[in-house]
Design a protein around this ligand. Structure first.
Ligand SMILES: Cc1cc2nc3c(=O)[nH]c(=O)nc-3n(C[C@H](O)[C@H](O)[C@H](O)COP(=O)(O)OP(=O)(O)OC[C@H]3O[C@@H](n4cnc5c(N)ncnc54)[C@H](O)[C@@H]3O)c2cc1C
Length: 652
């Protein structure tokens, strides 16, 4: 709830200017926070959905000018429609004339007609939604405009911040400029498109295969027909470069001061951090416990979703930038973290969440043959080994992605009877819906509302899993309904292999002796959310070890932020939040994507999705299931993009 003098946000008009005491109202779907930066109160917001005015000190005409200045600047990134190219510039000139007392009533009419022409002729959303607040300003603040034109009022200037965003870009944890890379695909500029992705993400082929696609869930095209296949387009440009056997050319822009940085863990977070530091000219050494890079994307995610050669080639490119990787080096065992802290200018730790969470049931600690934690199971299968060849009847426990990968890997290692048990229902499963669907197609047998109670064994070998039926109760701390056991409903699954895949935890062994580094009760590491700096100023953490088990793109985003901070730390020793951070916070409440928005006047077009190997063929092979788009399909799919850029300006 916020004090609002006037709002037209989302078309809902709140008019409190005549009231002496402003009512406490909140704007539809949004809540405008009180502050932008710590000491800067938000006085007004102007953006794609209208105007929110909170302080009488804000001059609406100057706010319009600041907003149009930002829109003009950002519309230059496209420069395709003539109306946009000239319209914004001319409208901005009118605002300048109004401020200089040189404008006339005709100029106001021009503003209205120029904005209308942009809306009806522009091909993308910056033109379609950009003029919205101007229409509201001209209608609801007509007196302010008339007085300024007649010289009765002087336009006063304020302080503003502006930002270009888009629903997909905002939803992507690493904030890839998705409309931009898709636009380049439309023009068949595939290498340029890949360069846009690589400005932030060094693993486009990997993430283009297995990302959970938060961007697609916030794609405005989905409000009309179906979201753009953003993930598939990313994969397409990465695969295109590989097929052309081209080497990427990375731009290195050395910082003023360069330093030596140690990175612990060659997972997505560590690799991304190394890449950005190398691009800034720093000397980077990665220490990796295993004998290969990639972390969970190498030893967790199976080949049928992410072939090893894709990951290898993307990591090799980063090594060619001068990043060295020392394999088989476990920090906390072979070298202490304190030693790295002493010997390097800064240290980044991206150790992930390597331990499988225990089910805490009877028999789990007995080391029975046939009982295997999920991560160990996947590690073995990914290395080409069946961890328990005599086993034929498998029960996997869990509802996340690791559990789904375990059942699907079991199918591919020649097991006869494969079951997944999960204590809630399908709709509460944390696994990606597409993965659950694929497993269903492969005929994995799901048992919902079922929880394990006890491992049964004979002669030290698993013979069954005792389970109990559950029902859903009141929501728990996670907001999901709490599963409650149904008394007397116990039953036994006859099986010879049990894989527990109920979750992962961070192994904090490497923190021994580093008392200043703080941790949470969930064993994750506490850092500044934005800079990733820990209580030890030289040590930065990100990825799953900070967030808990999450996603590749989140880990990459954390690694990138940490690299940015480390670069600053080496150069200035001090870390400050930049405006992007404050806009990220703002957009957490002033939502960039509106699931209820109706998109009209656009013809529906079929989405191009990558084809899949048929279930019967794929379930007996580790060959990649999902096939890439052809160049023709990629261009056609890119054409569906509505290029939903939006600009927000706030007055403080
Ligand atoms: C089975 C499974 C399937 C998944 N599927 C997907 C998916 O489809 N899409 C998706 O987006 N995400 C998926 N995820 C999640 C994703 O893999 C992780 O969020 C991501 O890999 C985290 O990256 P990270 O760099 O933080 O950690 P990790 O990937 O875990 O990498 C950490 C690295 O640090 C190394 N290390 C650990 N401790 C030390 C030490 N002391 N010294 C030196 N090195 C050390 C590890 O060996 C590892 O290489 C999946 C996870 C699992 C387990």
């Amino acid at each position: 709830m916020t004090d609002i003098i006037f709002s037209s946000w989302g078309g809902e008009i709140i008019e409190n200017r005549a009231n002496e005491t402003q009512s406490q109202v909140s704007i539809k779907h949004q809540d405008l926070p009180e502050y932008f930066k710590q000491d800067e109160k938000i006085k007004a917001l102007m953006g794609w959905k209208g105007i929110v005015l909170r302080s009488p000190e804000v001059d609406i005409i100057d706010l319009c000018r600041a907003y149009f200045e930002a829109v003009l600047e950002h519309s230059k990134t496209c420069d395709k429609c003539n109306y946009c190219k000239t319209g914004w510039k001319e409208m901005l000139e009118v605002f300048q004339d109004i401020a200089d007392n040189e404008a006339t009533e005709e100029d106001l009419e021009f503003l209205q007609s120029a904005a209308e022409a942009i809306v009806s002729n522009a091909k993308c959303s910056i033109g379609k939604s950009g003029p919205a607040p101007l229409f509201h300003a001209l209608k609801y603040f007509a007196d302010d405009f008339s007085q300024a034109i007649s010289g009765k009022k002087q336009v006063s200037t304020g302080t503003y911040y502006s930002k270009l965003t888009a629903p997909c870009l905002d939803a992507c944890p690493i904030h890839l400029d998705i409309p931009k890379y898709i636009e380049l695909i439309k023009d068949a500029k595939f290498a340029e498109s890949l360069n846009v992705i690589r400005e932030r993400l060094p693993l486009p082929g990997v993430v283009g295969r297995v990302c959970f696609r938060p961007c697609e869930k916030h794609c405005r095209r989905g409000n009309l027909d179906e979201p753009i296949s953003i993930k598939a387009l990313k994969r397409f440009v990465a695969d295109h470069e590989l097929s052309e056997q081209k080497e990427p050319e990375y731009e290195v822009t050395p910082s003023e001061n360069n330093g030596k940085v140690a990175i612990v863990g060659a997972g997505p977070a560590g690799i991304t951090c190394a890449y950005h530091l190398a691009r800034n000219g720093h000397e980077v050494t990665i220490y990796e416990a295993l004998s290969e890079p990639g972390g969970m994307s190498a030893v967790g995610i199976p080949d049928y979703r992410l072939p090893g050669n894709i990951l290898q080639s993307e990591v090799q490119q980063i090594q060619k930038m001068g990043v060295s990787i020392n394999y088989g080096q476990t920090i906390g065992k072979d070298i202490t973290l304190a030693t790295l802290e002493n010997e390097f200018d800064a240290v980044f730790v991206g150790i992930g969440a390597q331990d499988s969470t225990a089910m805490a049931i009877e028999g789990e600690d007995r080391e029975y043959q046939g009982f295997i934690p999920g991560l160990a199971y996947l590690r073995e299968v990914n290395a080409g080994r069946d961890p328990y060849p005599p086993g034929k009847k498998v029960v996997v426990v869990g509802g996340g992605n690791a559990a789904i990968d375990c059942v699907r890997c079991s199918l591919r290692t020649d097991k006869e009877d494969i079951h997944l048990v999960y204590r809630r229902t399908r709709s509460e499963m944390p696994a990606d819906d597409a993965e659950i669907h694929d497993a269903e197609e492969e005929q994995v047998q799901f048992h919902f509302l079922t929880a394990p109670v006890r491992i049964l064994a004979e002669d030290g070998k698993v013979v069954g899993l005792e389970c109990i039926k559950m029902e859903l109760g009141q929501p728990d701390a996670s907001g999901r309904p709490r599963p409650v056991p149904i008394e007397g409903s116990e039953f036994v699954f006859d099986c010879d292999t049990i894989v527990s895949a109920i979750g992962q935890q961070v192994d904090l062994t490497l923190l021994a002796g580093m008392d200043d580094v703080q941790t949470t009760k969930w064993n994750t590491i506490i850092v500044d959310e934005y800079t990733k700096q820990s209580n030890c100023s030289k040590i930065f953490f990100a990825g799953d070890c900070e967030t808990g088990p999450d996603a590749l793109i989140t880990a990459c985003a954390g690694g990138r932020r940490a690299a940015h901070s480390i670069d600053r730390f080496i150069n200035t020793q001090t870390l400050e939040y930049d405006d992007n951070h404050y806009f990220d916070k703002l957009f957490e409440t002033v939502k960039v994507y509106d699931p209820d928005e109706e998109i009209l006047k656009i013809e529906s077009k079929q989405r191009f999705q990558p084809s899949m190997l048929p279930p019967d063929t794929r379930k007996s092979t580790f060959d990649e299931i999902e096939q890439g788009l052809s160049a023709q399909e990629a261009v056609a799919e890119a054409e569906r993009c509505l290029r939903c850029y939006q600009v927000a300006t706030i007055a403080v």
